[in-house]
Design a protein around this ligand. Structure first.
Ligand SMILES: [Zn+2]
Length: 334
């Protein structure tokens, strides 16, 4: 089963610390999946590393249950943040054979949605120290049944992620049309015949459908590559004041307008804002806003990372001019 296998991986007796890489495109549900495993009391002996491309510790905030957790700042762990990742992994290996001996029996790295797990795996293998201390035990890639197909069609990165997986977990199958899920399953099997494919809803294992007709994917290297996907940080002053109902209304109106106008270019919106109802976690997958989540005022003691930054929205997408977006918000209500 999904849950038992990660725990069971330390029993190999080769003296190497097993590393699990959890990947998947933006919005595939990596944090929800991980949160569920932690909530079930699983992964207790794992050192969890969370990497957010834009450095906003939202996921970290949701992972209060982890015993040992490191938030990896400094950008995506497969590119800008690679040096930091290698240093962090070395530290954790030292701890695991020192103060945490017998307690940390593995590492799970939740990558950012922009990471190519294959690049991380190669970098670890090429590091002379890590190569003697770590064993890449599994690459788990989550594929969102709702958006997975268009991501495989349009984003070479999504395809690279699926291709590198040892295990693919299809998520959000309940919210996708059954024939689409069936076809995505067949497409994933074609793309990565070696991977074990499972399904899960918010981390809870589900049955896979019968595979359908695979989609025909375009050639892997398009002649005109898309503009790269980048994160943009936007400070949204007004709406973060406690009594500022107008600021909050302005922000949600402006965000809806932005998603409407630029929906194709927006891959993810994430942020924590102060509203009259409390601190809200806002997020969108593609141009669809998710229901806002009210965050506790005081974070639980088990919360290991920095406090979530209020009043900052991170937009992840392409073809954005950060200055123009900031100006647009300033004119609208900032
Ligand atoms: Zn990267």
């Amino acid at each position: 089963m999904t849950e038992a296998s990660i725990q069971g991986q330390n029993a190999k007796g080769d003296g190497l610390l097993p590393l699990t890489i959890l990947g998947g495109f933006l919005g595939a549900g990596k944090s929800s999946w991980l949160r569920h495993q932690l909530h079930q009391g699983l992964l207790r002996d794992q050192h969890i590393i969370v990497n957010e491309a834009a450095g906003t510790p939202v996921d970290n905030l949701l992972l209060g249950k982890a015993t040992r957790l490191t938030v990896l700042a400094g950008g995506c762990a497969c590119c800008e943040g690679l040096t930091t990742l290698i240093a962090t992994l070395r530290d954790i290996c030292d701890q695991a054979s020192g103060q945490d001996a017998g307690k940390t029996t593995g590492i799970l790295l939740e990558t950012s949605g922009l990471a190519d797990p294959g690049v991380i795996a190669s970098a670890i293998a090429a590091d002379p120290i890590l190569a003697r201390r770590l064993r890449l035990s599994e690459i788990i890639v989550l594929a969102d049944a709702q958006h997975g197909t268009s991501q495989l069609m349009e984003e070479p990165l999504a395809r690279a992620q699926a291709e590198t997986a040892d295990r693919i977990i299809m998520t959000k199958t309940a919210s996708a049309p059954p024939d689409q899920t069936a076809r995505l399953l067949a497409t994933l099997r074609l793309l990565n015949p070696g991977a074990r494919i499972e399904a899960a809803e918010l981390g809870i294992p589900r049955d896979l459908p019968e595979p359908g007709q695979p989609y025909a994917l375009p050639a892997a290297r398009a002649d005109t590559p898309d503009a790269p996907i980048r994160p943009f940080r936007l400070t949204i002053g007004g709406a973060s004041r406690d009594d500022d109902v107008l600021g909050w209304v302005a922000l949600s109106t402006w965000l809806s307008a932005l998603l409407f106008a630029r929906g194709k270019d927006v891959i993810r919106v994430k942020g924590v804002v102060r509203t009259p109802a409390g601190r809200l976690l806002l997020q969108s997958v593609r141009h669809v806003m998710q229901p806002p989540e009210i965050l506790p005022e005081i974070m639980p003691e088990t919360f290991a990372g920095p406090q979530p930054e209020e009043g900052v929205i991170v937009l992840i997408g392409r073809n954005f001019d950060a200055g123009l977006i900031a100006q647009s918000w300033a004119r609208f209500g900032g």
